[in-house]
Each structure stands twice: as C-alpha cells, then as structure tokens.
Design a protein around this ligand. Structure first.
Ligand SMILES: Nc1nc2c(c(=O)[nH]1)N[C@H]1C(S)=C(S)[C@@H](COP(=O)(O)OP(=O)(O)OC[C@H]3O[C@@H](n4cnc5c(=O)[nH]c(N)nc54)[C@H](O)[C@@H]3O)O[C@H]1N2
Ligand SMILES: Nc1nc2c(c(=O)[nH]1)N[C@H]1C(S)=C(S)[C@@H](COP(=O)(O)OP(=O)(O)OC[C@H]3O[C@@H](n4cnc5c(=O)[nH]c(N)nc54)[C@H](O)[C@@H]3O)O[C@H]1N2
Ligand SMILES: [Mo]
Length: 750
C-alpha cells in the first residue's frame, strides 16, 4: 500500500473476480492479481483504459429528434443534446408520468435484463425494479438468456427449481475428483467461462481441478463442436451443434439392447420409462434410435458410441451438460434426455455419478459452500403481474396483444410505450439485432442508465450517465464464493456520472415516490443496514462475519463456509428413501414421461424427450447458408463490458472467427484474412483463424463486439447477433436460440 492521498492500492471485486487497483490522482492506473487467486483472470488488465475511456457517457443526454419533436423512428442514427441533470430528470419524470397517465403501468417494460456490475447495493436491476415498483409497477421479464429454457423444463423432470439444483445440489469438484471415473461433458467444461461468476468468483479453480483429474487418470470426454471447450488433456468427440440428443438416445439404445440399463433404479425412482422405451426402440415411430441412426446425425461412429455406453454403465460416470446446449431451438431435449440417460445408468444420487449442469459455465458451479442469506436491496412488490419470457422482447415489441404459449400458459403480449433499461445491453444480448433495431423504434420513449455509449445507449431517447463500481462504495458477496469484500470508492465519478441510486432517487422524488424509494436513507445508510441484516443472518447460521467498520479496514475477509463432505445433493436422500423424500414432481419421482408436459399438447416439446432437428443446423444446411455458427461467450471479457478498451488495440477488431481448413480452403481463406460472415438476417466482418480445433461445417464467433451504427450494412466489429435467429426454444421453454444459426463466409470484402 502506498501512503498519501494521491496514490493508493486497494482490492475490489467484480464478476470476473477480485483484483488490486492502483489509483493515482483520481485515475485508475493499473490493476494486479489478487493474492489468494491461483489462476487470476486477465480481464482486469483492460479496466484502467475502459473506465477512463472516451466512450464514457459524460452528461445526461437526450436524443435530438425526441427532445425537439418527440419523434421516434430515428433511434440509433440521431444526434444527442447534453442537458443539465435537473432538467433531464424533470423531462424524464414528466414523460414517465405522462405514459402512466395515458396508458397505465402495464405500458412500461422494465425487465432490464443484464449482468450490470458486482456489488450488492448498487445492483442495477434491483435499483430499477424498486424504482418502478414505487411508481406503480412495470412489465417484468422472467428467466435468463443463460438458462431460460432449462429453468422451464427441469422442474418438470426433477421437481426442483433449476438454479437451486445448480447451486445447491450438484457434486463439488472435490467429489468429482474423489469418486468419478468417467466424465462425459456435453458442450465441454470451459475454463475461459469459469473466469466469471455472478457477483464474483475469487478463486478460479476449474483449470486447477482438471490438472488434478488428469493426474488421477479420470477419463474426461468433451462432446461438442470445439476442442477448446474443455481443458487440454480431455478426449474430444467432435459432434455438430444440436446433435447431442441423437447421441444420447443412441447411448440409451445401447444400454437397453445390451442389458446394461439399471431397471431396478428405473422402477424405484422414475416414472414413464415404458412410454419412452417404445420411442427409443422405434416401436412408436418406426425408427429405432440405434447407433447407425445417430451416426448419420452426430457423426460419431457406431462402435465409438457402443464403447462409450459400455464404459458409462460400468464405471462411476458423471454426465455434464453446458448451458449452451439449451440456448438453441429444442434446447429442452438434450437437458431432459441427459437426465433420462443418467437414470438408465442408475447412478443418480451416488457421489460423482448422475448428471450435472453448467460446470464451467460460471466459476461458482462446483464450489461446495454453505449459502448465507441477505444483502439484497429490496425490490418491493410489483403491482403489475404481466411478464414475458426474457428472450421474447422482440416478439413483444412487434406484436402487442398477440397470444403466445409459455410452459402451459397462454397470454397476450403487453402493449409497451416506454422502456427503461439499467445494467444490461440488449443490443449485445439479443438475437437478430437488425430485427430488434426495427422493433425498438416502436415504443414512444426509451430511457437508459449506462456508464458507456453502448449500442443500447445510442439507441435510447434519454441517457443518464451511471457510475461504475470503482466510483462508489459497495459490498461484494456471492453465495457461490467464500470471500467477502468491502468495495471502497476508488475514484471520483467520471464526468458527471451519478449512481443509479441517485438517478432513481431524483426521478422517484419528482414522481411523488421519493420516500418509498429511499426510506430516507443515503446509500451509505442502506449499505450499513443491508450489511447488518446479512451479518445477523450469518450469526444465526453460526458464521462469524466482521462488523462493517472492521471489514472496511481489512478490505476483504474469507468466510468459514466451505463444505468438506463427499455429497450434499438431495438426490442422495431421495436415493436412500424415495417414499420419505420424494421429489416435488407430480409422481414424486424423476419424470421420464411427464403427463403435465404431454397435457400441454406441444409438438415442439412432447411428453418425453425426443430428437427434434432445429430449423438451422448442419443437417439443414443449404447452398446459401452451409455453415453452422456458434457464438460462445468471449474469453477476454464479460459479454460486451470493457469492449471499448479491447477494441482500441491495433488489429483487435473485427473479432476472430474460427473455421476448419476444409471450409476455409475452398473459399481461399487464410488465418488473418478479413472475411464477411453473412446470412439472410445480416452480415458482419471478422478476422479468420483456420484451425483443426473446430469441427468441419461449424464456425465460431464469440459475442461481445459493440454493434455498429444502423447505417453500417455490414457490422464492422464482428457482432454475431446480427446473424443469429430470434425464436423461442419451444413453446415450453421460450429460451433464446442463439446457437440455431446457419451462415456463409467469404472474402468479398477484399
Ligand atoms: N449470440 C449469443 N448471444 C448471447 C449469448 C450467446 O451465447 N450467444 N449469451 C447470452 C447470455 S447467456 C447473456 S447472460 C447475455 C448477456 O448480456 P448482458 O448482460 O446484457 O451484457 P453485458 O455486456 O454484461 O451488459 C451489461 C451492461 O450494464 C452496464 N453496466 C455495468 N455496471 C453498471 C451499473 O452499475 N449501472 C448501470 N446502469 N449499468 C451498468 C455495462 O456497461 C453493460 O453495458 O448475452 C446473451 N447473448
Ligand atoms: N470469460 C467469460 N466467461 C463467461 C461469460 C463471458 O461473457 N465471458 N459469460 C457468462 C455467462 S452469462 C454464461 S450464461 C456462461 C455460458 O456458459 P456456456 O453456455 O457453457 O458457454 P458458451 O461459451 O455460450 O458455450 C460453450 C460452448 O458450447 C458449444 N456449443 C454450442 N452449441 C452446442 C451444442 O448444441 N452442443 C454442444 N455439445 N456444444 C455446443 C460451443 O462450442 C461453445 O464454445 O458463461 C459465463 N462465463
Ligand atoms: Mo448468461
């Protein structure tokens, strides 16, 4: 630590972990790894440049056409006028009041999906939702882009909230290390993604565990389109995207025909195997799901499928499924089918066996910690009960009043006149962004709180400049982490930025709801209150947490909340005594056939898992769109955050697309070339990297490049969401289908 007021070094935390920050004269000048992190992320390296970047929103800004004439239809191409804070808040409050007066609160969309920043009080979604609840409510969104489809399907199968299953009832890395002999990873387990976890992951462990697995001789098989989705040393079964269900069915077929199915397990713990079996054997549809059938879809030879099935039945096997598999049309199927396959193997509830979801998706999955309650800024009750599945925003804007299906319900889309967004970037996260851009022109008013001029801020009518976590005080704490941080304010607000809390206080006060929003507390008073409540809950749970003043002094502490037992899943209890500890499904058992889902009558998600080809995948490739595009998370940052600093580096943009030599060769594409990636929905530029680490017929372009301006008919930086398809996974899940995308690439730009 350097002394004096002009230089300091403190620790802070973020979604990508903790790091030290050097400040000089009110500017962040450098970051360094946190002492306790065995495998620190490099993401903080770009923070100093990003925080002080020229793309920060300096002052409240109002779009000229809206300011002068309340014109919509020009979002994204219009200029902005800077307006003093008081005037901008007056205008925004008046407009919100006008919309409520004319159309009611049901005309406000405040879903405001997005990761924002770590920090418990200044959590942007809590801030915006509380504000909107104080003024009569808003149309919300449910589920996530991450796991929306799984959140719909898995409760039908296992009778448990999917996030609870993930975070509280899956085997820890230690248990996998100690018990598992075969790890079959659909979609891999990706150390690049484990850098990140909601609210922070302090010790990055995934790569370290895989080194241990390899020393122990644990057989790890990565099933998916990219070798790089799993650490070095794993075997690779290169299957095309969306073909996993076919492979799982064939594995099930081998188990059943070779007498390897654990029928005792199925009889005691599951329901509906007979109905599924008729489909598996081809009795109900004339197509046996045998290895030859699957080989034609997933490209894995029948003998390899047989050997893997035998191995899975004869060793302690954990099947893991990446979240990416349910981010595509019919994403419900591989999730459900993986549960059925694990049930047939009969190891669910045994340590290191069965099935687990999202290992490697975020760094917190696989950590074995006791959760501690608290430290959430209360959002209060939303008087408006209308909501939409989060990824259906484009449909909602385009089709007010249209009735849509969602997990057994049928509801009309609301008629949205005003959108308020804080802490998310829909022009990063949504699919088919050219179509979203059109739909985004329809509401009367769009208000965004943002630190940076993102594509979403540029497409708003009113932009309020928000602080970043380094410009305000907060507490960082995640139930998936055993560290606790005081996040000191490191630098003064950049430009005229204000905290979301201050922005909403200003608006709420003008709308007559100041007292209910603030309860007369300053930010510091809220932090103290939330922290005290959290500390009290922790004490009730027998965990000693320091007083706030002590934490401020220490900057961070490690909490004594690690489990060391071998197995903490509710499946273990269920396995011991299924009648005393039934699952919360209608049958009390694992549902291989679901009467509930069958009763919905959805042809895109029938009563048991089935193979349903998506509309776009290698099996449906056309001459115009011959290649399947996967658009994974970027390894060098979190989504679109801090992109401005990365994009400044010479030659860094457009983003790099990975392509197989068999696809690159005939098109004359070499590593380093600038290429065009295109389909009927849009086009972007990309750098090419020719590699054998991807399956032929598949190309991979990570998300996160900032979308260009509407006048760019080819996105200059390489944003894959100008290409992706905006359609629900099915009427059941209505999740995002980003991975359902065919494209072509060429060198026409040269
Ligand atoms: N093609 C494709 N698309 C995808 C995916 C995919 O796999 N493929 N993945 C999807 C998934 S899983 C996700 S989770 C989404 C992620 O999508 P988002 O979560 O929307 O992406 P972020 O870039 O994290 O957006 C957060 C925004 O909040 C801003 N912000 C940060 N801190 C604050 C703050 O304190 N206050 C305010 N007001 N703003 C703040 C940041 O500057 C940033 O613009 O993307 C989805 N999109
Ligand atoms: N560094 C970094 N880490 C992150 C994030 C980030 O932005 N940056 N974002 C975080 C968030 S919000 C989330 S939700 C998680 C997402 O975690 P995941 O969903 O696990 O990650 P993705 O990177 O979207 O996809 C992983 C891989 O799945 C493969 N894949 C795609 N479709 C299929 C398929 O149909 N079958 C098979 N077998 N494989 C397929 C692709 O090759 C892809 O590289 O990552 C988190 N971690
Ligand atoms: Mo996500």
């Amino acid at each position: 630590m350097t002394s004096g007021s002009r230089k300091s070094r403190r620790v802070t935390s973020s979604h990508w972990g903790a790091f030290e920050v050097d400040v000089e004269d009110g500017r962040i000048v450098a970051t360094r790894p946190f002492s306790e992190d065995p495998d620190p992320s490099k993401i903080p390296d770009i923070l100093p440049a990003a925080v002080h970047h020229k793309t920060r929103v300096a002052r409240p800004s109002i779009r000229r056409g809206w300011f002068e004439k309340r014109r919509s239809g020009e979002r994204g191409s219009d200029a902005f006028v800077e307006v003093p804070w008081d005037e901008a808040l007056d205008i925004a409050a008046e407009e919100i009041g006008r919309i409520i007066g004319s159309h009611g609160n049901e005309a406000i969309f405040g879903g405001s999906y997005g990761w924002g920043s770590a920090g418990r009080f200044h959590h942007a979604q809590s801030q915006v939702h509380r504000f909107l609840n104080c003024i009569g409510g808003y149309v919300a969104s449910v589920g996530s882009y991450s796991t929306g489809c799984a959140q719909s399907i898995m409760p039908h199968v296992f009778g448990v909230d999917f996030l609870k299953l993930l975070y509280e009832h899956q085997d820890s890395w230690q248990t996998i290390h100690d018990y598992t002999e075969t790890l079959v990873m659909f979609g891999g387990v990706n150390p690049k993604n484990s850098q990140v976890s909601m609210g922070g992951v302090t010790q990055h462990e995934t790569a370290v565990w895989f080194e241990r697995f390899s020393r122990k001789g644990l057989r790890c098989v990565n099933v998916g389109p990219q070798r790089t989705d799993a650490p070095d040393g794993c075997e690779w079964l290169p299957v095309p995207p969306a073909s996993d269900t076919a492979l799982m069915l064939a594995l099930a077929f081998v188990l059943e025909t070779e007498g390897l199915t654990d029928h005792a397990f199925l009889a005691r713990y599951t329901t509906g195997f007979d109905r599924f079996r008729a489909y598996l054997m081809g009795e109900s549809d004339g197509t046996p799901k045998d290895p030859d059938w699957a080989a034609s879809l997933c490209g894995v030879e029948r003998d390899v499928i047989r050997e893997l099935a035998r191995r899975m039945a004869s060793t302690r096997t954990l099947i893991t499924v990446a979240w990416s598999l349910q981010r595509g049309e019919h994403g419900e199927q591989p999730y459900w089918m993986s549960a059925v396959l694990a049930a047939m193997i009969g190891q669910i509830g045994l340590p290191g066996g069965g099935v687990g979801y999202g290992y490697g998706a975020i760094g917190g999955v696989g950590k074995s910690l006791r959760g501690l309650r608290g430290m959430t800024f209360p959002q209060l009750e939303n008087p408006i009960k209308t909501n939409i599945p989060v990824a259906r925003i484009g449909d909602m804007l385009r089709n007010p009043g249209q009735v849509y299906d969602f997990n057994g319900q049928r509801n009309p889309f609301p008629d949205i006149r005003l959108i308020y967004w804080a802490g998310g970037n829909p022009f990063h996260h949504h699919q088919d962004l050219n179509a979203l851009h059109e739909a985004w022109q329809l509401p009367e008013t769009i208000i965004v709180n943002e630190p940076w001029w993102t594509a979403t801020a540029k497409r708003a009518d009113i932009v309020f400049p928000a602080t970043t976590p380094y410009e305000r005080e907060d507490i960082s704490r995640s139930n998936l982490d055993d560290f606790l941080f005081h996040m000191p304010q490191l630098i003064p607000p950049v430009g005229d930025a204000r905290d979301d809390y201050d922005i909403f206080t200003g608006l709420a006060t003008r709308l007559g709801a100041g007292k209910s929003f603030t309860e007369h507390r300053s930010a510091a008073e809220w932090i103290s209150l939330l922290y005290t409540e959290y500390r009290d809950h922790a004490a009730d749970a027998g965990v000693d947490v320091p007083e706030l003043d002590e934490l401020k002094m220490k900057n961070w502490v490690r909490l004594p909340i690690k489990y060391d037992g071998p197995n903490r899943t509710f499946f273990a209890r269920f396995r011991e005594d299924p009648s005393a500890f039934p699952l919360e499904t209608p049958s009390g058992r694992i549902e291989i056939f679901s009467e509930t889902i069958n009763g919905f009558g959805y042809d895109d998600c029938p009563g048991h898992p089935v193979w349903l080809p998506p509309s776009e995948w290698p099996g449906a490739a056309t001459a115009k769109a011959p290649l399947h595009l996967v658009s994974p998370q970027p390894g060098d940052k979190l989504h679109s955050q801090l992109e401005c600093a990365l994009a400044d580096a010479e030659g860094a943009r457009p983003v790099t697309l990975v392509i197989h030599p068999e696809d690159a060769g005939p098109r004359g594409i070499k590593t380093g070339d600038i290429i065009r990636v295109f389909n009927a929905r849009g086009a972007c530029r990309a750098h090419a990297r020719v590699s054998n680490d991807i399956r032929a017929g598949v190309v991979s372009l990570p998300t996160g490049a900032w979308l260009g301006d509407p006048s760019d008919n080819i996105d200059p930086h390489g944003n894959p969401n100008v290409l992706t398809k905006d359609v629900g996974t099915s009427r059941l899940g209505q999740g995002c289908s980003a991975h359902t995308t065919l494209v072509d690439v060429d060198k026409s730009l040269n």
